[in-house]
Write a protein that binds this ligand. Structure first.
Ligand SMILES: [Fe+2]
Ligand SMILES: [Fe+2]
Length: 263
């Protein structure tokens, strides 16, 4: 696909001859792609997150008939910069480890947010299509690192802190695809964290509606023109995705208990 994009940018006749084997070797969605292999080995939790995200995006894109080729590519690689410091991200750490407890929140902010520019640097170095790089660069928009900001407020109870110091300094989504990436990334990460901490079925509808409302009120939708009908369909697709995943988890746990009793 990258070769395809490169060829599109390059009009030389000699680029028309393509080695099929070479094309296969560089297919960036193939899990045997060297970059993805390295990502999976160094940051297994982040890799798992991207796999769930790609499947979520498949469902969302299908619900509005969106061509999701580049979007899925961006989803697969959006956090690849985390492999440069995998232990700094919770999904690659045991649940009881939080390296940020003892760090100055402003330092934590820099450690956590730099994965966006690291991801972009890797994709630029590997000649990914510019559309994909742009989506990756906008995948956190200007959102706040909420946990770090709350920690900073506790450390400075007299106030004087502003959430602007704890926001990503990147661009808000500027296309429908970028917005879908930001929404799905947020839903995937938040639902995993919430479900892991709960032992009863959650209300997927209010969970997703709340995420949409918070991000919309925060201005993350501001630079995208989108039909209300599309927004509803995206929301419904995410509700059924999250409800399905969580239901499966509850069902497995019930089955485990039943099997345990039958032993
Ligand atoms: Fe990210
Ligand atoms: Fe992510």
């Amino acid at each position: 696909m990258i070769e395809k994009a490169k060829r599109a940018q390059n009009s030389n006749a000699d680029t028309e001859v393509v080695d099929e084997r070479e094309l296969k070797e560089v297919d960036p969605l193939d899990h045997n792609h060297p970059l993805l292999k390295e990502f999976r080995e160094k940051a297994p939790g982040s890799f798992k997150h991207t796999q769930s995200l790609v499947s979520m995006i498949d469902n969302v894109a299908a619900s509005i008939d969106l061509d999701s080729e580049y979007l899925k590519l961006a989803a697969m690689y959006h956090d690849i910069g985390k492999m440069w410091a995998p232990e700094c991200f919770s999904e690659n750490q045991p649940p009881d480890v939080n390296i940020y407890d003892k760090l100055d929140p402003q330092i934590s902010y820099y450690v956590l947010t730099r994965h966006v520019s690291d991801s972009v640097a890797i994709l630029v170095a590997h000649s990914f299509p510019v559309e994909v790089i742009k989506m990756v660069s906008q995948h956190h928009g200007t959102t706040v690192l909420r946990a770090i900001y709350e920690q900073a407020k506790k450390m400075h109870p007299k106030g004087g802190l502003n959430d602007k110091h704890f926001r990503y300094k990147t661009q808000k989504p500027s296309s429908l695809e970028s917005l879908i990436l930001l929404l799905c990334d947020h839903v995937e990460a938040t639902s995993r964290a919430t479900f892991a901490a709960q032992d009863q079925e959650m209300d997927a509808t209010s969970f997703i509606t709340n995420i949409f409302n918070v991000l919309m009120m925060d201005g993350q939708f501001d630079n995208v023109e989108i039909r209300l009908g599309y927004l509803n369909k995206i929301q419904e697709a995410l509700i059924s995705d999250v409800a399905g995943n969580f239901h499966k988890r509850v069902k497995y746990e019930e089955d485990d208990i039943k099997l345990e009793k039958e032993k």
